[in-house]
Design a protein around this ligand. Sequence first.
Ligand code: GLU
Length: 377
Amino acid sequence: MNVKLKMNPISKAKRIVIKIGSSLIIDQNNGRINNEWLSILSSEINNLIRGGKEIIIVSSGAIGLGKEYLNIKTKTLKLEESQAAAAAGQSMLIHAYNQKLEKYNIKIAQILLTLDDTEERRKYLNAKNTFDMLLKLNVIPIVNENDTIATSEIRFGDNDTLSARVAIMMSADCLILLSNVDGLYSDGPNFSKTPNLLKRVDEINPEIEKMAGDSSGYGKGGMVTKINAAKLATSSGCATIIAKGSLNKPIENIINNGKHTFFKPIGTPQSARKKWIASSLNPLGRLFIDNGAKNALNQNKSLLPAGVVRVSGKFSRGDLVLILDEKDNILARGLVAYSYEDAQLIIGHKSSEIEKVLGYRGRDELVHRDDLVTEIN
Ligand code: GLU
């Protein structure tokens, strides 16, 4: 009885990233927006939103739409041609989402990212804060790669990878990759003639990766990048689903246990994020805090500047710092929201005074609780 519920991570999820491939959003007959399809998807998104989910969309399609609009006839585009096409097509893409979703009173916002925006910690924090604020304001962020400035070195290159990075950055619990494939097919151990759609993958091991690579016909259309994206996301606690987007109601199809492949997450997004903070970086500074702040940390609250008595080290916004009591005991570690210079100026002050002290309004917290791991947990 419970199996269906267990197999349905959409119902369980609070925050969902949906990746939409170009072949879905563009009408293959005329190279323009597939209005009919987008209308149906928008009604499905509306259902998810009304069901209390937070939705982030990662949508491809800018280059394809721009290519048609600019009348570029070449089959394989040069980098500058793709960039020009993306610049033109992106506004058409966003306009289309806006048109469809405003019928449901859903607001959208455009976010264009490059690889280093999710890798470099200062940019990462800025991007994350923007997403957080948009979601708080009930706006759907619609993300694409910033193709206009993305040179080959700083490109994601594909939106499967981008969507996984966004899902990880935002601690989403579910990533849905909608494209033109039903899911991951295997020929089975005996390479039987009837390919077998895997319903569930508990671990993305070399055998699974191999299925993506050599699945004669059935796995084409970027299955390798999809499996890589699933690997990235699931290892950060985000359940991943690969499903065919061109079905009548693709999201409902997944919820009703229609064809798709489900990839089981390892742990939760929160535990993965804390592990990442705890293990992967070198602390570049120290914040010494008073007893009031120590109590706040014990109650899982953020660290405010008011509770910090002294700072040391040399750190920038987004760097890892240690948080200690006045007797030098390490209490926690976290990503700091201010540089060393600014932190020194605002410690001991109420958050409402930050603007007066620094001349700009930053975050209220010196280390936000989402970016903090106490030594006990
Ligand atoms: N950013 C590209 C576009 O919007 C798509 C990349 C992809 O489909 O993976 O056209």
